[in-house]
Design a protein around this ligand. Sequence first.
Ligand SMILES: Cc1cc2nc3c(=O)[nH]c(=O)nc-3n(C[C@H](O)[C@H](O)[C@H](O)COP(=O)(O)OP(=O)(O)OC[C@H]3O[C@@H](n4cnc5c(N)ncnc54)[C@H](O)[C@@H]3O)c2cc1C
Length: 221
Amino acid sequence: MMDFKIDTNFYTVSQVRHLTEHAFVVQVPRRNFKFTAGQHLVLGMKDDYHTREYSIYSGENEEVLEVLVKEVEEGYLSPRLKQVKEGDSLEIHGPFGHFGIEEKKRDTHKHVFIASGSGIAPFRSMVKTYPELDYQLIHGVRTIDEGYERENYSTDRYVLCTSRDDNGDFKGRVTAYLHEQEFDKNTQFYLCGNSQMIFDVLELLKNKGFGRDSVSAEVYF
Ligand SMILES: Cc1cc2nc3c(=O)[nH]c(=O)nc-3n(C[C@H](O)[C@H](O)[C@H](O)COP(=O)(O)OP(=O)(O)OC[C@H]3O[C@@H](n4cnc5c(N)ncnc54)[C@H](O)[C@@H]3O)c2cc1C
């Protein structure tokens, strides 16, 4: 009898959605990959040992597994991922990490998601997973086209802060938007994206009276 060895870490790409010149969603069949919304996976090209972390963009109940990638033009992996086509093979490991909705606060708290750029990815997974969640999503980008697939979020829950575009919902950085807002004391904040944004927002929230217990963060770079 022949002995077939199936390497379960290889996934065949089922779809690629190019959202802007530099951002795209890569989709593979979910198979039996288990995760909780907010976690990330580790992704690499077939026959290449360079891997990177990507937050899971799809929801816990979907039959596909998706990641949202922003190309770093001078980077190693993201420009290669941009060339990926349906039928190509990717190596995926995971899930990893503890970023996610705290179960004991899920129904008792308001949830404020604060993202920069592709840092919106874990929040899309959370919103898909918990459609009834009481959330507000504040997304900081440069230009309006970076409001990636904003149709996933109800218009009254999503605020696009554009630093270089007058056509967003708010002209300026997320910190400038947050500065003007008041929050219920029963609010849990979730931050995801670049470290500078996260440090600035942590400081701002501290000044508004919210300590580390009220904030979770996932730093991309
Ligand atoms: C837990 C975790 C989850 C992540 N999830 C995502 C995700 O969902 N989507 C996503 O696009 N990226 C995500 N990242 C970043 C991702 O892992 C890679 O760092 C990114 O794709 C660049 O890889 P690269 O090989 O192209 O560049 P590299 O050759 O590794 O690095 C080039 C340089 O770019 C910097 N860099 C990394 N990311 C960015 C960025 N977005 N913008 C500008 N500079 C950057 C790095 O600090 C480095 O100095 C995540 C990182 C972590 C730690």
